[in-house]
Ligand binder design. Structure first.
Ligand SMILES: [Zn+2]
Length: 504
């Protein structure tokens, strides 16, 4: 007869609810049962635990073993419960000293040889454990990621390591320093390497400053992707809390957490053949998709009209809420997905409408059809859409002057963002209609210009508000409290698709 109680956590989305593991040994025929809504991988744990205990030179008790994972109504998946189950059996059979096992949390999949294997989703668990004040044991490969949470972390390579550590009461690993962060922009993609493109770079700066979604329209080879890749480097570095959110997504996917990229904004560029599941997440065990991997960073969709409409349709919910809820038969998972969208498209099916170097043979009707592939609701959420043209050849020569470096633009962006956060606690792109009315302080001339443009173009009510948001950002970049005529005029110039298609 013996009982041991240990703690671990399940993984649901990026949440890590507590799981209590009770191991009970009693007389009777030798059996080994795991109860408490355990999925296949957890049930298979029996073989791994038995093998690990035997190959670590412990005895496997010839008794009736019952393992209860509570609470019983929460599904448990994966191999992470192997370690606490194995330790529970050893403690209940008095093979390891009666140390205060319940003061720790244990994570790790056991190999038949007793070695510990890394498991996905350790970071979210480590965050919860740290706030509960419990030190955690994790496989060695999960150590750096677990240490990011700032709690006490002990790493081990095998079941024997863990029992030895418990006996010796070893000091926990030193925490990985979070201040080892590098600069947000990497030298590989600096804005200074993009020659010419003054207008597009300005649009990129405004989009970065106000958190606006952006669409580039231009022929192939004009550097649309190159511009988009430079966006993360213009955005403020993530604070530790935000960086942990971003790292948690990688952790859930079982990807190594790259501490050298700490604080950098993610940049994800899924191909247009990507499925809806790849883009937003899903699967029988809900996994985050590209939009969650782009959380707090940039999602770049190149060749936007080539994405299937149904795939783009699923972007609406996360673009509205900054989160995505994935529901499968009996499971539901919630993942963060607050990203800035940059999209790019050709101006027409052949790609060369308006290009001076090539002739476009597309009919006006074909151009309209092509542009119509982007659904209205998605386009409604894109504040800035501009044409990107081929830069003059003289600007591309190696000796042509470099542009402004990303760091200089990022400084202006940071200052404009500070103004917005001070005023309303959020970026201009995410202001509600009422908040926009409150924050859109403008003089009479600029109001008159906006009225006139709204009637002449004409602007829909939504487009009208989009122009206001962008104009507000331009005024913030200029350090002006009031939105002035020049700010409205520039904002109007950043709304290419509000105008009719010009076919030469
Ligand atoms: Zn064409």
């Amino acid at each position: 007869m013996g009982l041991a109680i240990l703690h671990c956590r399940a993984q649901i989305g990026v949440d890590a609810p507590s799981v209590t593991i009770e191991v009970f040994l009693s007389g009777g025929l030798p059996t080994f049962n795991i109860v408490g809504l355990a999925e296949t991988a957890v049930r298979e744990s029996k073989d791994r635990v038995r093998g690990a205990i035997l190959s670590s030179n412990f005895d496997f008790p010839q008794e009736r073993i019952t393992v209860n994972l509570g609470p019983a109504d929460m599904k448990k998946t994966g191999g992470r419960f192997d370690l606490p189950i194995g330790l529970g059996i050893l403690a209940a059979s008095r093979q390891i000293p009666d140390v205060a096992l319940h003061g720790y949390e244990f994570y790790g999949e056991l190999g038949l040889d007793g070695n510990l294997r890394a498991v996905p989703g350790v970071l979210p668990a480590a965050i919860k454990a740290a706030s509960a004040g419990r030190p955690i044991f994790v496989p060695k490969d999960n150590g750096p990621e677990a240490a990011l949470a700032g709690g006490q972390v002990l790493v081990a390579e095998s079941l024997l390591d863990v029992t030895a550590l418990l006996r010796s009461r070893k000091e926990p690993l030193p925490f990985v320093s979070l201040t080892a962060a590098t600069q947000n922009h990497d030298s590989q993609s600096d804005l200074k390497d993009v020659k010419g493109q003054t207008f597009a770079k300005r649009a990129l700066e405004i989009a970065a400053a106000g958190g606006h979604n952006l669409l580039f329209i231009g022929p192939p080879g004009t550097g649309k992707s190159m511009l988009a890749q430079r966006m993360p480097g213009l955005l403020p570095t993530l604070d530790d809390e935000q960086a942990i959110e971003v790292a948690s997504i990688d952790s859930v996917l079982g990807l190594p957490v790259d501490v050298s990229r700490w604080g950098r904004r993610p940049f994800r560029a899924p191909h247009h053949t990507a499925s809806a599941v790849a883009l937003v997440g899903g699967g029988s065990e809900p996994r985050p998709g590209e939009i969650s991997r782009a959380h707090r960073g940039v999602l770049f969709l190149d060749e936007l009209p080539e994405f299937s409409r149904s795939v783009l349709e699923v972007l609406r919910e996360p673009m509205e809420r900054g989160r995505i809820t994935i529901s499968r038969a009996r499971r539901q998972a919630d993942f963060p997905a607050s990203f800035q969208l940059i999209a790019a498209m050709n101006p027409c099916p052949c790609g060369y409408l308006g290009d001076k170097q090539s002739n476009c043979r597309c009919s006006a009707e074909a151009v309209r059809r092509y542009r119509g592939k982007i659904s209205g609701p998605l386009l409604d959420r894109i504040d800035i859409h501009i044409e990107v043209n081929r830069p003059a050849v003289a600007l591309l020569r190696p000796d042509a002057p470099c542009g402004e470096p990303s760091a200089a633009v990022a400084a202006r962006v940071a200052s404009a963002r500070q103004k917005q956060v001070f005023r309303s606690g959020k970026t201009n792109a995410t202001l509600s209609g009422a908040e926009l009315n409150r924050d859109y302080v403008a003089n009479d001339e600029s109001l008159a210009l906006l009225e006139k443009a709204a009637n002449a173009i004409p602007l829909s009510a939504r487009a009208y508000q989009r122009v206001q948001r962008v104009a507000r950002t331009i005024a913030d970049l200029a350090g002006e409290a009031d939105v002035q005529v020049k700010h409205v005029a520039e904002a109007l110039s950043l709304r290419q698709l509000d105008r009719k298609i010009a076919k030469p």
